[in-house]
Design a protein around this ligand. Structure first.
Ligand SMILES: [Cu+2]
Length: 352
């Protein structure tokens, strides 16, 4: 049913809540059609067919957002909205995300690109998007109450800036942050180098994913957003083991993996069978003199770590957070330790 309220919140009636980019209502009516993703599978890399060329990444159990070129500007349309995310086969969680999924789609651009991102808010509360790690005009930084008013429900805000430096960045809400991130709102942003870069090697495989923590009680499907420490589901890109796809590479491939952490705790990420170098942070590529071999790197809260290695040992190698609680899911915390308790007095009796 088309009610007046639905009509006013529909795409045809979208107007800018506020915009330093000063896009007119006419231009807003022609904003790019949002692209939605309904599947939680790892999608093939999005090979660019417009704009400058680059080697695309693979988003684990995710996808890259298509764009359109408009007079030399790369235009994206993000829609902040409630989503149903299959976290593992048979387990569908009611989260918030972007364009049909949590996390939101990866945004890939090239160093020097002018980028325009339309953000439409389909949540029931204020929203804004912060472009974590980017050099940009202050008014585009996406902090509600500081650099912009929050985007009201049903409205669209236009962000526009030049992707000035290459690297691996994240985006996430900066409005009602605790709730919106606990509900699964975040995504990756990759700025590829415009030419051969002395600190960015070409690789055969390039993956990215964000670490997650949720507290969803058995029998329910909505995260408890007040939880600070005792999460019971640990995810990679809003998927939980055994629902996480493998990172498949060829023998002797050079591999890059970009891992971001917007959870409430740090995660020491550990790779079996190989040593890797940390080649980048959200500050950009690391100087070569700072790189040393590791098999575990701690990704602290609000950080991204980019690792690289040569996959020269055949096999199925584990790759996991080394906090043993984080390798379990649907875990409970209120369970007494029963090791050492004499069970013999109950042996042979049925429980009462
Ligand atoms: Cu962990």
């Amino acid at each position: 049913m088309v009610s007046r309220r639905n009509f006013l919140s529909g795409a045809g009636a979208i107007t800018a809540a506020a915009s330093a980019a000063a896009v007119s209502k006419v231009a807003m009516a022609a904003l790019p059609e949002p692209v939605l993703q309904t599947r939680p599978d790892t999608m093939p890399p999005l090979v660019p067919n417009t704009g400058r060329p680059y080697n695309p990444v693979v988003t684990l159990n995710g996808w890259t957002l298509p764009w359109r070129m408009n007079n030399g500007v790369k235009e994206f349309h993000l829609v902040a909205e409630p989503v149903v995310r299959e976290m593992a086969p048979g387990f569908k969680a009611h989260l918030w995300g972007y364009n049909g999924q949590s996390p939101g789609p990866t945004i890939e651009v090239v160093e020097g690109d002018r980028v325009r991102i339309f953000v439409t808010n389909k949540l029931g509360e204020l929203h804004s998007v912060h472009w974590h790690g980017q050099r940009l005009p202050n008014g585009m930084d996406g902090v509600t109450g500081l650099t912009q008013p929050g985007i009201p429900p049903g409205k669209t805000f236009v962000y526009e800036f030049v992707a000035r430096r290459p690297g691996t960045f994240m985006y996430h809400p900066h409005a009602d942050e605790m709730v919106q991130m606990a509900m699964g709102m975040y995504g990756f942003w990759i700025t590829h180098p415009k030419a051969k870069h002395p600190l960015i090697d070409e690789v055969d495989r390039d993956f990215c994913f964000l670490l997650n923590a949720f507290d969803i009680e058995p029998g329910s499907y909505t995260p408890k957003v007040m939880t600070m420490l005792d999460f019971n589901l640990w995810g990679w890109n809003s998927r939980i083991f055994p629902g996480i796809d493998p990172l498949v590479v060829g023998f002797k491939d050079k591999v890059r993996i970009r891992v971001g952490n917007l959870t409430m705790t740090n995660h020491p990420i550990h790779l079996h069978g190989h040593e890797f170098l940390v080649t980048g942070t959200d500050g950009g590529p690391t100087p070569k003199s700072t790189r040393w071999y590791e098999v575990t790197t701690d990704v602290a809260v609000g950080q991204m770590r980019q690792i690289e290695f040569l996959a020269d040992e055949e096999g199925d190698w584990a790759f996991h957070c080394h906090k043993s609680h984080h390798t379990m899911n649907a875990m409970g915390h209120g369970v007494p330790t029963m090791i050492g308790v004499d069970h013999s007095r109950w042996r042979g009796r049925s429980p009462t």
